[in-house]
Design a protein. Sequence first.
Length: 294
Amino acid sequence: MRVFVIGGANMDICATTAVPFVARDSNPGTVRTSPGGVGRNIAHNLALLGDEVELLTIFGDDSFGRMLREHCTASGIGTRYSSVESGARNACFVSVNDSDGELLGGVADMAVTGLMTPQWLESRLDAINKADAVVADTNLSAETLSLLVASCLPPLYLDAVSSAKASRLKEALATTRLHPDPVFALKCNRLEAESLGVYESGRSFGSKVSRLYVSKGSDGVAVREDGNEIHIPAVPSEGIVNTTGAGDALLAGIVHAGPGASAVEAARFGVRCASLAMRTAEAVNEDIKRLIYE
């Protein structure tokens, strides 16, 4: 299956102290740098699952941007429709974690993602509409998301990313005049669903979204389609190391299952992918590729 993924590609810098954190002082610990970003993580998981993947993003022309482009090439992710912005810093997220793994704080430098404008997207629509499926995250602006929702012909999967960025999707869906086919699927967690107004109410934007997947962490996934809700339990996962990339793996599994799979079948495969994702410190667990042989 040929999948186009449109969204963020970050370099993640994670610092973890070896002892309880002391504010306003130098703390011993470890610093790890790795590729990240919701769109890039989803693309990486799909490539490992054997799909033909194109990542559409904007890279900075700094060392982080070069490292990410090289990593995409090595991982089998196409970037021919992405662009490199001269003089721009690549998107980057820096986090500081206490010795017990708790996040103390972070800084996100995401300015370059604002350059994914409607004009930037429009010049790529012909290529996008030749894909078998399209995935987008809310690192895109509301205006760019609105254009995508209105113009995308293949099944469109959306990731809400965060409760703050979900407002962009809410605005896009509220103002977009849809073509006859609704958004195929939306994946969000409980906080994002509450922000979108689809969690407690049971609504899923009326006829604008066909399938809604609400991730509930260790409680599994709620799948809503045609007014019905089915709960898919999480796959027990021993030796959890990091939950950061679980949601990205969940959506990648749902997409990989294909539009022809039922919503429940897709969710079941997605939770298996999410379970594997939590067993590594990296944003993506390369062992996910073993699932295509099972």
